[in-house]
Every structure is written in structure tokens, then in C-alpha cells.
Ligand binder design. Structure first.
Ligand SMILES: CC(C)(COP(=O)(O)OP(=O)(O)OC[C@H]1O[C@@H](n2cnc3c(N)ncnc32)[C@H](O)[C@@H]1OP(=O)(O)O)[C@@H](O)C(=O)NCCC(=O)NCCS
Length: 187
């Protein structure tokens, strides 16, 4: 599927065959195809989505919403690319300034793109973006206790485990315990 090389917002960052760039309107069809193909496995680790999210209109709306937020500096939505194909998504979200200078990180890959290090490299690029381009001091991620693949990504990308937060996020309709990980600019 033809997708634009840059998202028009922000930098395109690359590491050894993996790239991240801002989500663009033209990505909506590719994102929809991935969302439909991975609906069940992503549904197990994400908040409940309305049915409209799984339509082209819903994906276009989601991309547009993220583009507005990018301009406001409150959240940054990326696609993850391999050989110019969209293989997943990543967000640097919940940006708080003041004394915290913190954001939260979320990411997912198409099942067919797992096991090649794309998520590890994309998370490393997101940290570079957060610290060098946005000027944040801290990036944190929360992982459901059983999500060992995601914990592996964070450890490989240099995030430190900080402990368990009980009933931290509402995932698939239930308040789930999560393990917190973080990296600061000094790391
Ligand atoms: C979480 C998720 C992104 C992890 O994907 P992943 O493929 O395990 O992670 P990576 O792309 O970094 O690949 C790592 C694997 O590739 C292997 N690998 C191969 N080449 C590699 C390289 N050059 N660098 C790093 N790892 C490499 C690693 O050894 C590892 O394999 P292992 O799982 O057998 O240990 C994916 O499982 C997913 O989308 N899950 C659903 C959504 C989700 O849980 N999101 C996170 C919520 S907190």
C-alpha cells in the first residue's frame, strides 16, 4: 500500500531498517487494514474501542485528532515503518510540562512484523524524539503483568523497571495491574 515518506509533522527517525514518522491522513487505509487483521490480539492489551474505530472514517478521525494534538504539543502519534510499509503505531502521549516534563509511551506491531527487533528500535527512536526534539526529561510506559514481550522491548530499549501499579489502566473493560518502566534523558 502506497504511504507517504514523511508525515508532514516532525522528523522521520530511522534505525537499521526501522523508521518512525508522524501519522498522516494517507496512512488511514493501511492502519485500518492492520487494525482489522490484529483486532483480537490488540483488543486484549488496549482500552475498549468503539465499533467506528474499525472503519476508514474512524481511522481518519483518529489520525486527524493526533495531528491536532501534535500541533498543540500534547501527544505525538507515529507510524512504525519497515521498507516503507506501515507495520505498526506508536504514541508519545500525555505530555506534562512544568516540573515533570514527562510523557507516556504506547506501541503495537502487526503480528507478522514481530520478532525482528522493530519495536525495540522504534521505542529507542521514540525516546530520542521525546528527549531531543520535544525536550522532555522522562518517558514512561506501563505494561500489563503478563505482557512479557512488551517488557522485553522496554528492557532492550534501556527502560528501568520501577514497580507494580495496581489497577492502573482500564484494559478491555477491566482495571488491570501494570508494571511501570521509565527512561530519563540522562539514560
Ligand atoms: C509488544 C510488541 C510490540 C513486541 O513485539 P516484539 O516483536 O516482541 O518486539 P521487537 O520487535 O522488539 O522484537 C524482539 C524480538 O525480536 C528478536 N530480534 C531479532 N532481531 C533483533 C534485533 N536486531 N534487535 C532486537 N531484537 C531482535 C528479539 O530477540 C526478540 O525475540 P524474542 O521475542 O524471541 O525474545 C508486540 O508483541 C505487540 O504488538 N503486542 C501487542 C501490543 C502490545 O502489547 N503493546 C504494548 C503495550 S504495553
Amino acid at each position: 500500500m502506497a504511504v507517504p515518506r514523511t508525515g508532514g509533522l516532525g522528523p522521520r527517525l530511522e534505525d537499521d531498517g526501522t523508521a518512525i514518522r508522524a501519522m498522516a491522513d494517507a496512512d488511514a487505509p493501511a492502519l485500518l487494514a492492520l487494525r482489522l487483521a490484529n483486532r483480537e490480539r490488540l483488543g486484549a492489551v488496549e482500552p475498549l474501542r468503539p465499533a467506528a474505530f474499525f472503519t476508514l472514517r474512524g481511522q481518519e478521525d483518529a489520525v486527524r485528532w493526533l495531528s491536532h494534538a501534535w500541533r498543540d504539543g500534547t501527544r505525538y502519534g507515529f507510524v512504525i515503518l519497515a521498507r516503507e510499509e506501515v507495520i505498526g503505531g506508536l504514541t508519545v502521549d500525555n505530555v506534562v510540562r512544568g516540573a515533570w516534563q514527562n510523557a507516556t509511551l504506547g506501541y503495537w506491531l502487526d503480528a507478522a512484523a514481530e520478532g525482528q527487533g522493530h519495536a525495540t528500535r522504534a521505542v529507542g527512536l521514540a525516546a530520542r524524539f521525546a528527549f531531543e526534539h520535544v525536550g522532555l526529561h522522562r518517558l514512561q510506559a506501563a505494561v500489563m503483568v503478563a505482557n512479557t514481550r512488551s517488557a522485553g522491548v522496554l528492557r532492550r530499549a534501556g527502560f528501568r523497571p520501577e514497580g507494580r501499579a495496581e489497577r492502573y489502566l482500564c484494559i478491555a473493560g477491566r482495571w488491570e495491574d501494570h508494571d511501570l518502566y521509565a527512561r530519563t534523558a540522562e539514560d
